[in-house]
Design a protein. Structure first.
Lengths: 213, 213
């Protein structure tokens, strides 16, 4: 990639703006990180950048199902930032226990490199928000996880089982993710539970666990 | 597309949640709307959903270059919502005068249909935010436009002229868009102007205007 052209604006810290531009250019790569689930119409796999956009939209649309006092703007900021680590770490399929084992380490190294492209004040903020998401302790982080887990369930349900079928995921495995949704939003958790029961009736789940690939 | 499974959560308005889910499922189609510019690495055309994600990220990263008092959370909400009309109206290439002529009408019809999928209170809010973006009168709308115009310029510059070269765009045409950027952010406008001068030196622009295709 060629270097950005020089900047001539008065009163602007050129070095700082150049760092910010490099960050935006580097994060363009998130558009090429492919997830396991398909688009809702089944035409192709979803990428992590468009997934992040949909989560931001869904967080606001479903805001009323977050616990009282949840700051939705903060949830949106978290969801816009949270997947950037996948540029280096790749998308980890939530039902792949092998991949999931090394995920924290891979994503930490990715966060070290990627958020560090930003000027130091912005780096600290982005890093803190990502850590908050990962820790899943605040209302905002829990609700962000709820939306993040619900979206692929919708896509899988609407593509006749999608990644669940292709990767032989069991009902029990999906119900673990439903607990993450319930933890962030009672209403969305109940909806997800109903969706899983319905998917089970339709035969979308494997009878016994197998290593997801 | 199959209908969403029934919902059994206590105290939740099922009809309302179903409308919200249908909106999210319908807006999944934005991932299949292709823009004229390529990804920064030149590997393929960008889609409008991943573009919206990048704008949300860029708006926050470049927030300090917005006029004092600009509410960045509102800019982000605007950018997440603003391209949804393209699901029906398609992406309009900003240098295509023929397409641009019919754009307002096409996008208004699209907004009528798409935002109306939401429950009426949310529909009114989404519609108002989209109208605010289109009117380009508030600081927030102007800054949103600045970021929206700058991103494809970066992509075109980094792909050796990209869509400018392919569609025979002139320097004068691009400078019109630079004015839109300057109108929302002095610093980003100055950067964009420098980028255009550099692109001109590199021979990325056509010598005379031709109908963009």
């Amino acid at each position: 990639m060629t270097e950005p052209a020089p900047v001539f604006a008065k009163g602007v810290d050129h070095e700082r703006l150049t760092e910010q531009l490099r960050f935006i250019l580097e994060t363009d790569k998130l558009k090429r990180v492919l997830r396991r689930n398909m688009l809702v119409d089944g035409s192709r796999r979803e990428n992590s950048a468009e997934h992040s956009w949909q989560l931001a939209l869904a967080a606001r649309t479903f805001a009323e199902y977050a616990p009282p006092g949840t700051e939705i703007d903060h949830v949106v900021e978290m969801l816009i930032l949270h997947d950037i680590v996948e540029i280096d770490a790749g998308d980890t399929f939530v039902y792949d226990t092998h991949e999931s084992a090394s995920q924290p380490e891979r994503e930490r190294a990715a966060a070290d490199r990627l958020y560090a492209l930003l000027p130091s004040d912005q780096k600290a903020r982005a890093r803190a928000i990502w850590e908050e998401f990962e820790a899943r302790e605040t209302r905002e982080a829990r609700f962000a996880h709820a939306v993040d887990r619900l979206a692929p369930m919708l896509a899988n349900w609407h593509t006749e089982g999608g990644a669940w079928v292709r990767h032989k995921v069991t009902r029990a495995q999906v119900l673990e993710k439903v607990r993450v949704i319930s933890d962030g939003s009672e209403a969305l958790g109940a909806y997800a539970a109903a969706l899983v029961e319905d998917a089970d009736r339709r035969g979308y789940f494997a009878r016994s666990a197998s290593p997801a690939g």
